[in-house]
Design a protein around this ligand. Structure first.
Ligand SMILES: C[S@@+](CC[C@H](N)C(=O)[O-])C[C@H]1O[C@@H](n2cnc3c(N)ncnc32)[C@H](O)[C@@H]1O
Length: 238
């Protein structure tokens, strides 16, 4: 099945349920998406077992996160999670308090599906999907002043692994991190992002003015029981 057909089938599956079961209930919508992705048609989403790991890290941050960047939206499953976590940390008026999730996606079809789901779950005031290459979207946000120096609390990498390191280096160049920001990356073991892992695990590029990290691998399991790593790096110095 093509990506587009799979997304249409997912949309149809969600539409079989009463809208009220998902309205203002992102966790229920994520559970339904994951059920579809597991039982109906294989989809590569950031699953609940991994969301739990990331959520614990976000909730343990000494300074509560407000601004999240996500590289790779797909159908919006993890974007829903980030919005739901910010809402649980800040309450219904999280957006008015400055909370934002900016999520980047290349595929226009996926952008539409993700926006529909985000709206259905009542998170459209918090979560914004930007269409196009993630690096370009990030530069635009920065130029527009929507992302400031030191203004990003968490970055999530879940697009194509070859872009993980260049896009992390772009975040470093734009100086969007603060001390304590988190960088979370999926699939660093499989398909694998060796250059990215080397960078964060060796503490960063080194040298004056470079971002320094402390990095740790968290093991989770996929739906077929295969171990899978989520790499969480904490910014020590900017
Ligand atoms: C593994 S999926 C993301 C899954 C998503 N985080 C979730 O949990 O539902 C990867 C997505 O990244 C997108 N992508 C890949 N490279 C990209 C880039 N350079 N900029 C923006 N999106 C990209 C792909 O089109 C695909 O939809």
């Amino acid at each position: 099945m093509s990506t587009e057909n799979r997304a249409d089938a997912l949309r149809a599956y969600i539409a079989e349920h009463p809208r009220s079961s998902f309205e203002n209930n992102p966790w229920a919508l994520m559970a339904a998406i994951e059920h579809f992705a597991t039982t109906k048609s294989h989809m590569i989403i950031f699953r609940e077992s991994k969301v739990r790991i990331a959520r614990a890290a976000l909730e343990a941050m000494p300074v509560k996160p407000k601004v999240i960047l996500e590289f790779g939206t797909y159908v919006g499953n993890s974007a829903l999670a980030w919005g739901a976590i910010l809402r649980s940390l800040y309450g219904e008026d999280a957006a008015a308090q400055g909370c934002r999730v900016y999520t980047f996606e290349l595929d226009p079809g996926m952008v539409c599906v993700a926006r529909e789901f985000i709206q259905l779950a009542g998170l459209d005031d918090l979560v914004q999907v930007l269409e196009g290459p993630a690096a370009e979207s990030l530069k635009t946000l920065y130029e527009e002043g929507k992302i400031a120096r030191g203004g990003v609390d968490m970055v999530f990498f879940d697009h194509w692994e070859k872009y993980y390191l260049p896009d992390l280096l772009l975040c470093e160049d734009l100086r969007v991190f603060r001390e304590g920001s988190l960088v979370i990356a999926d699939n660093t073991d499989m398909p694998g992002a060796p250059r990215y892992l080397k960078h964060v695990r060796s503490g960063g590029g080194g040298g004056l003015g470079m971002v320094r990290y402390e990095s740790k691998a968290f093991e989770s399991t996929t739906q077929i029981g295969v171990p899978s790593i989520v790499e969480i790096s904490t910014v020590l110095e900017t």
